[in-house]
Design a protein around this ligand. Structure first.
Ligand code: GLY
Length: 426
C-alpha cells in the first residue's frame, strides 16, 4: 500500500520510521517531510495547510492511507476534505478536533459529563475576566481559547501577570482570533505526563505514557519550547494512576463526543497533571505529541499500520497493542537561540556515527539536504532517541549519541530523564 504522512517534524519522522516497518507498506510519501524522512520515503512539496492540494496529490497517487501529524490541518478540516473525496485518512474531524482547538468547548464538555470538577470561567471581555482574577486570587491559569502554538497558556503567579496575559490575548491580539475568548482556571500543582490513545470513536487502545520537557533550560528554566526531550514510561504513572486517567477521563470523553454526535476518531492526547488529590486533565490535543511520539513508537511492537487501519475502519476492538518493556529517552538537539532567533543552514556532522550505535535512532525535525550533507533548517533539529533496559542505560545511550553530533551553536538540555533515572533508582 501507499501511505502519505502530512507534516515535517520529528513526530512525522517517527511515524514514517514506524510505518515503513510494516510489511503492508510499499511506498511512503511525506508532505512536505524533512531530510530524515527523505531517506525512507519521497518528500513532496505541498504545504500542510493546502488541504485541496494534499487531496489532489492523494488522489493522483492513489494513496491508500493518509496520516496527519500536526493539529492545524486537522482543525482546518483535512479529514472532511479527504472523506468527501473518498480518500482514507487517519486523523480527527474538525468537529472532534475542537477538543484541542477550543479550550472552552473542552471544559464545558467535561463539566457537562461530570468528567472534571475543575473550577473555571469563560470570558469574551477583558474587564469581567480581570474582575474574576482579582476575586479568585493567584496563582491562577489564563488560557487563550484557541490554538496558539503552545504560547496561549499562562500560569500566572500574581494577579498582575494574569491581567497582563488577559491583555495580551484580548486587547493586544497577540494570538489573533484564538485569544478573543479566554478561559480562567484554578492552578494545579504536580508532575505532568501525557497518555495518548488510538480510538475509533468507541474502542480506546492506550499508548504507553510519556513525559516531555517544555522549557529550554536545565532544571525547567527559561522559555517554553515545542519540547526539548522526553521519556517513556513515566515512573510516577503507576497502574492505578494510568487506570484512572484512562477509565475516568479519556474513555468518558470519547463516549461524550460520541453522544454529542461528533465521534472522536484518531489519536487523542491527554496532557495530565498528577496532583496530591489525584490526576487531572490539563489539556487535550487532537494528534500525536511531539516529541512524545519519538519515545512512544520505538516501544510499540505491533504493526502501526494495522492499528491505524483498524481505527479508520471502526474495528479497533480487534487490536491488542503490544509494547516493549524497555525505557526510551529522546534528547532534542536544537539550534542555539531557539525558541528565539536562530540561524539555519549549519552543517551537521556525526549523524551516521550516532545512528550506528545500538538501540539508537535519530529522528530529524528541522533538517534539510545540501548535496550529500545534512544542514540545520529549524529550531528543533534532531530527536536523538535510545532504548535501554533501564532509564540509566537508555539515557546514557541517547547522550553518548548526542555527543557524536555537532553543528555550530548546537544546544541541548543535559537533564532529560534524570528524574526518571532517580525514580527508578538503578
Ligand atoms: N509536546 C507537547 C505537544 O506535542 O503538544
Amino acid at each position: 500500500m501507499k501511505v502519505l504522512i502530512v507534516g515535517s517534524g520529528g513526530r512525522e519522522h517517527a511515524l514514517s520510521w514506524k510505518i515503513v516497518q510494516s510489511p503492508a507498506v510499499q511506498t511512503l510519501y511525506a508532505a512536505p517531510g524533512n531530510a530524515g524522512i527523505s531517506q525512507i520515503g519521497q518528500c513532496v512539496d505541498v504545504d500542510v495547510e493546502d488541504l485541496e492540494g494534499l487531496a489532489d496529490f492523494a488522489q493522483q497517487q492513489q494513496i491508500d492511507l493518509t496520516v496527519v501529524g500536526p493539529e492545524a490541518p486537522l482543525v482546518a478540516g483535512i479529514t472532511d476534505t479527504f472523506v468527501q473525496r473518498g480518500l482514507r485518512i487517519y486523523g480527527a474531524t474538525p468537529a472532534a478536533a475542537r477538543l484541542e482547538a477550543s479550550k472552552s468547548f473542552t471544559s464545558e464538555l467535561l463539566r457537562k459529563y461530570g468528567i472534571s470538577d475543575l473550577r473555571f470561567a469563560i470570558f469574551d471581555e477583558p474587564g469581567p475576566a480581570k474582575a474574576w482574577v482579582r476575586r479568585e486570587g493567584a496563582p491562577i491559569v489564563v488560557k487563550a481559547d484557541g490554538l496558539a502554538a503552545g504560547k496561549g497558556v499562562k500560569v500566572a503567579a500574581t494577579i498582575e501577570e494574569a491581567e497582563a496575559h488577559i491583555d495580551r490575548c484580548m486587547v493586544e491580539g497577540a494570538f489573533g482570533a484564538s485569544g478573543k475568548k479566554v478561559i480562567i482556571e484554578e492552578c494545579l500543582v504536580g508532575q505532568e505526563c501525557s497518555i495518548k490513545v488510538f480510538t475509533d470513536g468507541e474502542t480506546v487502545v492506550p499508548m504507553v505514557p510519556s513525559q516531555d520537557y517544555k522549557r529550554i533550560g536545565d532544571g525547567d528554566t527559561g522559555d517554553n519550547t515545542g519540547g526539548m526531550g522526553c521519556y517513556s514510561p513515566v515512573p510516577a504513572v503507576d497502574p492505578e494512576t494510568f487506570d484512572y486517567i484512562l477509565n475516568r477521563i479519556i474513555k468518558p470523553t470519547v463516549q461524550a463526543m460520541a453522544e454529542e454526535g461528533t465521534p472522536y476518531v484518531g489519536t487523542l492526547y491527554a496532557g495530565c497533571i498528577l496532583t496530591d488529590e489525584g490526576p487531572q486533565l490539563l489539556e487535550y490535543n487532537c494528534r500525536f505529541g511531539d516529541p512524545e511520539t519519538q519515545v512512544v513508537l520505538p516501544r510499540l511492537e505491533t504493526d502501526l499500520v494495522e492499528i491505524l487501519q483498524a481505527t479508520v475502519e471502526g474495528r479497533l476492538n480487534e487490536i491488542e497493542a503490544q509494547w516493549r518493556d524497555e525505557r526510551c529517552v529522546c534528547v532534542v538537539v536544537a539550534s542555539g537561540g531557539y525558541p528565539g532567533h536562530y540561524d539555519k543552514g549549519k552543517l551537521i556532522s556525526g549523524l551516521a556515527e550516532a545512528e550506528a550505535k545500538d538501540e539508537v535512532v535519530v529522528f530529524h525535525a528541522g533538517t534539510a539536504r545540501r548535496d550529500d550533507d545534512f544542514i540545520t533548517n529549524g529550531g528543533r533539529v534532531l530527536g536523538v532517541t535510545a532504548l535501554g533496559s533501564s532509564f540509566r542505560a537508555a539515557r546514557d545511550r541517547a547522550y553518548n549519541a548526542v555527543r557524536l553530533i555537532d553543528f555550530e551553536k548546537m544546544y541541548y538540555r543535559t537533564d532529560i530523564a534524570l528524574r526518571a533515572v532517580e525514580a527508578e533508582g538503578t
